[in-house]
Ligand binder design. Structure first.
Ligand SMILES: CC(=O)CC(=O)SCCNC(=O)CCNC(=O)[C@H](O)C(C)(C)COP(=O)(O)OP(=O)(O)OC[C@H]1O[C@@H](n2cnc3c(N)ncnc32)[C@H](O)[C@@H]1OP(=O)(O)O
Ligand SMILES: NC(=O)C1=CN([C@@H]2O[C@H](COP(=O)(O)OP(=O)(O)OC[C@H]3O[C@@H](n4cnc5c(N)ncnc54)[C@H](OP(=O)(O)O)[C@@H]3O)[C@@H](O)[C@H]2O)C=CC1
Length: 291
């Protein structure tokens, strides 16, 4: 099957990044979110990211214009009727994702593939909420999508070989490197990364170090490009908590217990960069640690 048109559900930081790399690779892209404002904000981010690449000489203005012209807003699921692949990248909440598939699938052509960018949720379970489990896969991009080289591919129990093969070709066409993961909670990257971030939050919670000390320690002591708390803010603390809950529930091991301080930040609505406050306060010119 030849993929030409790619739909993206959710225009947040991951959805707009997925739309960006797909359009850059020559696909026609349709972007959907719950409101017109959300779609416009996603399109504005893509515009800004492409403009930065033009300024740094990595993209010509003509390439930028052609990329932007390939992305359109799709305000309703009916608009995805002639798409070949739809990638869902809405919030990390199983109930929200299930509702999306139930509303979306009746409008898709029978051969359309469906992918989820979920960070942690069972692909087999999500597939069961669609009318096409054999055409459903985990296609997990990393943040920031235009920069990170990896895509994890995850097959559910029912995913057929043809779907897997098209997904591999698709990810390669975006110039991404593939890592195949079995369908276990949080797959490979987040099975390893999120417990480290959670441990960094416990380190803060127990007073072993402050926000800056923890981030400096891991940046300079372990050569991580971002400290774990800075990275948590970048990912979104709601997403970090959801992933830890999926690990804790799915593997039933207390070592995955989400740190109570992470829970508290999420309850406060301090979700990191997207709400301007998390382990750092981003409202001023430079980020200030909140603890
Ligand atoms: C939760 C999950 O399910 C899975 C996940 O994704 S976990 C998160 C995985 N991601 C990470 O671990 C990211 C760790 N951080 C990094 O690798 C780096 O800090 C970084 C790549 C984000 C920024 O690198 P940097 O060297 O500090 O920044 P900077 O020099 O400003 O930018 C490097 C390039 O990235 C681009 N970039 C940076 N942030 C970007 C963003 N948010 N969106 C798009 N492009 C971005 C810049 O435009 C620049 O591109 P050019 O070279 O083409 O100009
Ligand atoms: N953040 C990260 O680093 C990574 C995240 N992911 C995964 O990608 C997915 C998206 O995450 P991310 O982009 O960070 O989250 P964001 O919060 O930035 O974006 C999610 C978007 O989905 C929208 N949304 C909510 N409900 C629906 C719905 N019913 N239909 C369509 N859109 C909806 C949200 O709108 P509103 O704000 O109005 O609710 C928001 O615009 C999640 O599954 C996450 O786990 C994967 C890799 C990395």
């Amino acid at each position: 099957m030849q993929i030409k048109k790619v739909g993206v559900i959710g225009a947040g930081q991951m959805g707009n990044g997925i739309a960006h790399v797909c359009a850059l690779a020559g696909y026609d892209v349709g972007l959907y979110d719950v409101s017109k404002e959300r779609i416009e904000a996603g399109l504005a981010t893509i515009n800004g990211n492409l403009a930065r690449r033009v300024r740094s000489g990595k993209l010509s203005e003509a390439e930028r214009d052609a990329t932007l012209s390939r992305i359109k807003a799709v305000p309703a699921y009916e608009g995805f009727g002639d798409y070949d692949l739809v990638i869902e990248s809405a919030v990390e909440d199983e109930q929200v994702k299930r509702k999306i598939y139930q509303a979306l699938c009746p409008h898709l052509k029978p051969e359309c593939l469906v992918g989820s960018n979920t960070s942690s949720i069972s692909i087999t379970r999500l597939a069961a909420a669609t009318d096409r489990p054999e055409k459903f896969m985990g296609i997990h991009f990393m943040n920031p999508v235009p920069v990170m080289e990896l895509v994890e591919l995850i097959r559910g129990i029912a995913t057929d070989e043809a779907t897997f093969s098209v997904a591999k070709e698709f990810a390669s066409s975006l110039k991404k490197t593939i890592a195949v993961s079995e369908d276990f909670p949080a797959f490979i990257v987040n099975r390893i990364l999120l417990p480290m971030i959670n441990e960094a939050i416990y380190t803060l919670y127990e007073g072993v170090g402050g926000v800056e000390a923890i981030d400096t320690a891991m940046k300079l002591g372990a050569r991580h490009p971002m400290g774990p708390l800075e990275l948590a803010d970048f990912i979104g603390l709601d997403t970090c908590l959801s992933v830890m809950q999926v690990l804790h529930d799915g593997l039933a091991d207390s070592k995955y217990r989400p740190c109570p301080l992470l829970v508290k930040y999420v309850e406060a609505g301090w979700l990191g960069r997207k709400t301007n406050r998390g382990f750092y306060d981003y409202r001023g010119e430079t980020p200030i640690p909140t603890r």
